[in-house]
Write a protein that binds this ligand. Structure first.
Ligand code: ADP
Length: 319
């Protein structure tokens, strides 16, 4: 006989089994439900990440996950957001670059085609003897002017493309920028006087600057040309050069023309932007801006109350 004689009848045994079964089932159920409740938010967050990766679309403004929690999943989400932002910015840059290129090609084609069509038209008419002998000279002259315009346009575009490139194209040397400004003013004096401009200058005695003299001269000439071309009223030009104590050089070209409105201020430095009245190519200010920026400087336009504009160039003197 066994040492203990436990006598359990069948009914009791079934009851114990049942209790054990219910207990086990409850434990399994509770752990399953609590596990589910605990992992559900994690599953949801992972599903969101999966969803964002699966439907990654650069045009979609809601590309980011924006998980603000502080755990491993949030770290993955943040890395994803960082990458997505960078790709989206690159993509936007590419689109903008593509649109600008298209616009530029459209403008260049238009600006070359218009004079070319005239040249072709006049050349054919002259060849066919359409004009009287004494008239011919006038039309040869028009052809020459249009060809000169095309040649200048070509040069300006080549210069812009050189300035646009990442190559170092500046021919930097030390020179007296005060002297350069005075030379430019002297060069313009006959033209300004003939057009009855009042000229005011405020240029410090001497200032040695390190830069590309010819290109800076070109940038300043473009601004003076603009005053002559676009400020037919309020015939005034003010040119100043100062250096403040932190080695910053400030050049100002002031006029008392009709001024530049707020909307125009954002676009006047764009390639090919010109007002409807302008007979220019719309490249002068973009070339000036590129030259100044290549010297690590900046250019902006301000109002010159009560009327007119002030183009302000800021340069750092590294000499
Ligand atoms: P362009 O002179 O060949 O038209 P720019 O790039 O030099 O081209 O200038 C762009 C436009 O900015 C001009 O067409 C003109 O409308 C405006 N602008 C430039 N300078 C002045 C100024 N000093 N006063 C008024 N408008 C100006």
């Amino acid at each position: 006989l066994p040492p203990f004689n436990i006598r359990i009848n069948n009914q009791r045994l079934i009851f114990i089994y049942l209790i054990l079964f219910i207990l086990l089932t409850t434990i399994v159920l509770i752990s399953f439900v609590s596990g589910f409740i605990f992992t559900l938010p994690i599953i949801r967050r992972l599903a969101l990440i999966y969803n964002k990766i699966e439907n990654f679309n650069l045009d979609n403004p809601t590309i980011l996950i924006n998980d603000n929690k502080n755990d491993e999943i949030a770290t993955v989400a943040k890395v994803f957001d960082k990458m997505a932002k960078r790709i989206q910015e690159d993509y936007k840059d590419k689109i903008r670059f593509y649109k600008e290129k298209q616009e530029l090609i459209k403008n260049i084609s238009h600006d070359f085609r218009t004079p070319l069509t005239s040249i072709l038209g006049y050349a054919i008419s002259l060849e066919e003897g359409f004009y009287k002998k004494d008239e011919e000279k006038k039309f040869y002259n028009i052809i020459r002017k249009k060809a000169e315009y095309m040649s200048k346009l070509f040069d300006e575009l080549m210069e812009l493309s050189r300035l646009d490139s990442n190559e170092i194209i500046l021919n930097k040397n030390k020179f007296d920028i005060s002297e350069l400004l005075r030379e430019i003013i002297i060069e313009y004096l006959p033209q300004l006087e003939e057009k009855n401009f009042t000229i005011e200058t405020e240029i410090i005695e001497t200032l040695i600057f390190c830069g590309d003299k010819d290109r800076l001269a070109r940038a300043i000439r473009n601004l003076i040309d603009n005053v002559i071309k676009h400020c037919k009223d309020g015939k005034y030009i003010g040119i100043s050069l100062e250096q403040n104590n932190i080695n910053k050089i400030i050049i100002k070209i002031k006029d008392r023309g009709n001024g530049i409105n707020e909307e125009q201020k954002n676009i006047i430095f764009d390639k090919f932007y010109r007002s409807a009245k302008s007979k220019g190519m719309g490249l002068g200010l973009s070339i000036t801006k590129e030259i100044i920026e290549k010297h690590s400087g900046s250019i902006k336009v301000e109002d010159n109350a009560p009327s007119g504009s002030i183009f302000v160039i800021n340069l750092n003197n590294n000499c």
